[in-house]
Ligand binder design. Structure first.
Ligand code: ADP
Length: 678
């Protein structure tokens, strides 16, 4: 009887409060996994959607149910509203969380979700639309008295008028695509003579990326900081700000390291920015999580840039300093609840950083990469270290694949400390204990960044990376002795674990074919580095003549080596061999060497084999030569498009095209042979 009454009451309560029981996450990777973690904690069932490329992905494994929604290209899967709504029908989910990217800021999608009688865990379509265009949102913010960067954001787009506006603002100016995002369609113009060409370039890029060539013009601020405010609003008209994040450290106008709170920001300006951001949200009847982005100049003047009507990639730093779960807040607000806390109850506790680990090559202007992870180990999580990712840790050769179809972010490493220095030290140590091999990554770059003196002194601006280019991206130098020693020991260990009762053994058990010694030669840059292992006296002899005694323990050769080299102990150093590429990883170090294996002479060296292969998975967009053609060194042969960028395969030496193994339109995998030269 009582349980019957309880059930009826619960039913009425659920209907009234629209309690969410099952959420479909219309996204993939790290954000999908992040949302699922909160759902699991709250006892909400989860549905994953996935493309054919993601069948084995972590977000699929984590979900209670999963629905295949199409082939790898996002257009045919993650961006297809119909397929996502069909997956909801099929699984009976009652709400959709869009994550970030993909459909998260698509007003038509939010509308379609609401029309289907489902809860969209995000703002109403009208609010997304209001902030959709940079020009339109600026006009709105002007009305709400939110300070703007001086500039022009009107409807008229004729060149004469735009140029006159630029004169009025005063050079340098920034031309921005109104529909822009991801740093595309932006051009800095230093003086009037460059205006026309820059405008044409910005319009071209805007048209091809966003299908709309409308631009706006802003004063280009010298060395500003990017400071953004996290806001939250409920359906009852309450709104608060959850303080700020400093995201000034950027490459290609894109964030790579964020922190909260913004170092050195005065309390008065923090409050002023917070209130301006809340005013911005209220001006468009905002609901849910949103971010209002500002530029801050040296005098603490701040100017509205744009509002992102979704959860941001960098939201964890806000969670770390407030102790809140923003995804839980999103769900509670979507259910119709009041905001869990009022402004006066919100406090900043300590400091937090987030570093984004990407498959990209910092040495090649941060060119995005892809491919299979060969080894991956994250730092241990604790109250001070958190890892958000959709990519699994992996022993040798068994890692997840970073697909060319999606964003190349691998993980976010997040740290907390009671103050900025402590949080930074925790970040440095977390990055020193993050080990990855496979596609090129920015791990060494992130380590250099977080150990940079000016960064430690919080001298940040959006030009930080450009201004510190030399220090952050030093020219490759000769590998350290310990790297070479570990590489040689790694190759020995790979042949099998020697048996010994002694906790610290010598190298004799590794003797190959009864030799007294063996020499392994590694290549780095243009130079060769021979390393000799002398078994009898258990020594490693390095190219500069240094001889160091080696002892090892039998701890865990499958995951890492524990060795002493010259009396210094290396715990869990990892040497990962992929073909002839040797990845050496130990506390704070990563280096890739090539092993000149005498049994495979010439392999991995395209010049000597004449085989030219695809640098990464992609699509062949041009073939510039025919079979039998004479080519000269450096001549463009084939162009492969991968990750929205073109890669030109050039002739490594003069020769004749013996065979072509690809035609325009072919999808090729990494190392696929494209052309053979004689
Ligand atoms: P997107 O939407 O393409 O990411 P944003 O408008 O958010 O473009 O700007 C991206 C970055 O470009 C900012 O974080 C900042 O570093 C830089 N930026 C934008 N506007 C200006 C400006 N007026 N002056 C100087 N830098 C700017």
């Amino acid at each position: 009887m009582i349980s019957g009454i309880v059930a009826v009451l619960l039913n009425i309560y659920n209907q009234y409060m629209a309690l969410i029981k099952k959420i479909l996450i219309a996204n993939r990777g790290e954000i999908a996994c992040r949302v699922m973690k909160t759902c699991q904690r709250l006892g909400i069932a989860t549905v994953a959607v996935y493309s054919e490329a993601d069948a084995g992905a972590l977000h699929v494994e984590m979900a209670d149910e999963a629905v295949l929604i199409g082939p790898a290209p996002a257009r045919e899967s993650y961006l297809d509203t119909k397929k996502i709504l069909a997956a909801v029908q099929q699984t009976g989910a009652d709400a959709i969380h869009p994550g970030y990217g993909f459909l998260s800021e698509n007003a038509d999608f939010a509308e379609a979700v609401a029309k289907a009688g489902l809860i969209f865990i995000g703002p109403p379509a009208s609010a997304i639309r209001a902030m959709g265009g940079k020009s339109e949102s600026k006009a709105l913010m002007e009305k709400a008295k939110v300070p703007l960067v001086p500039g022009y954001h009107g409807e008229r787009q004729d060149e004469k008028l735009l140029k006159a506006e630029a004169e009025k603002i005063g050079y340098p100016v920034l031309i921005k695509a109104s529909a822009g995002g991801g740093g595309k369609g932006m051009r800095v113009v230093e003086s009037a003579k460059d205006f026309s060409e820059a405008l044409a370039g910005a319009q071209r890029e805007a048209k091809s990326s966003f299908g709309n060539e409308k631009v706006l013009i802003e004063k280009y601020l010298a060395h500003p900081r990017h400071v953004e405010i996290q806001v939250f609003a409920d359906q009852k008209g309450n709104a608060v700000y959850l303080f700020e994040r400093d995201c000034s450290v950027q490459r290609r106008h894109q964030k790579v390291l964020e922190e909260a709170p913004a170092p050195g920001l005065s309390q008065a300006v923090r409050e002023k920015m917070g209130k301006a951001a809340v005013a911005a949200a209220q001006a468009i009847d905002y609901v849910g999580a949103g971010t209002v982005e500002f530029l801050l100049d040296a005098k603490e003047n701040f100017y509205f840039m744009e509002m992102n009507t979704r959860l941001q990639v960098e939201h964890p730093v806000t969670e770390m300093i407030t102790g809140l779960d923003l995804v839980e807040w999103q769900i509670r607000v979507a259910e119709g609840n009041k905001l869990p806390l009022a402004q006066k109850d919100l406090k900043i506790n300590g400091h937090a950083f987030e570093a984004r680990l990407y498959a990209e090559d910092p040495a090649k202007d941060f060119l995005p990469g892809a491919g299979q992870i060969q080894f991956l180990r994250y730092p241990m999580e604790s109250d001070c270290v958190r890892v958000d990712t959709g990519v699994r840790e992996a022993p040798f050769g068994e890692g997840d694949v970073i697909s060319i179809y999606y964003d190349p972010m691998i993980a976010k490493i997040i740290s907390w400390g009671k103050d900025r220095d402590t949080a930074l030290r925790n970040m440095q140590s977390a990055l020193d204990n993050t080990h990855i091999a496979g596609p090129k990554t920015n791990i060494n770059f992130l380590r250099a960044l977080t150990k940079n003196k000016d960064f430690a002194a919080a001298k940040v601006s959006t030009h930080f990376i450009a201004d510190h280019h030399k220090a952050l991206l030093p020219k490759p130098s000769a590998p350290a002795n310990e790297t070479l020693a570990l590489a040689a020991l790694g190759l020995l260990a790979e042949r099998g674990e020697p048996t010994s009762d002694d906790p610290w053994g010598d190298l004799s058990a590794w003797r190959i074919g009864g030799n007294e010694s063996d020499t392994f030669t590694f290549k780095s840059g243009e130079k060769d580095y021979p390393v000799t292992i002398s078994y009898q006296d258990s020594k490693v002899v390095l190219p500069d003549g240094t001889a160091l005694r080696v002892a090892y323990t039998l701890s865990s050769f499958d995951m890492g080596l524990t060795v002493q080299i010259g009396g210094k102990r290396y715990d869990d150093a990892v040497v990962c061999k992929h073909g002839l590429h040797i990845h050496v990883m130990y506390q704070g170090h990563y280096e890739e060497l090539t092993w000149l294996d005498p049994l495979h002479a010439g392999e991995g060296n395209e010049e000597s084999t004449g085989k030219l292969t695809a640098p990464m998975p992609g699509k062949v967009v041009a073939v510039r030569v025919k079979t039998g053609a004479k080519v000269t060194k450096g001549q463009a042969l084939i162009i492969v498009e991968a990750m929205k960028m073109e890669h030109t395969i050039t002739a490594p030496a003069d020769g004749v095209v013996a065979a072509i193994h690809a035609i325009v339109g072919d999808q090729v995998s990494e190392k696929h042979e494209l052309i053979a030269l004689k």
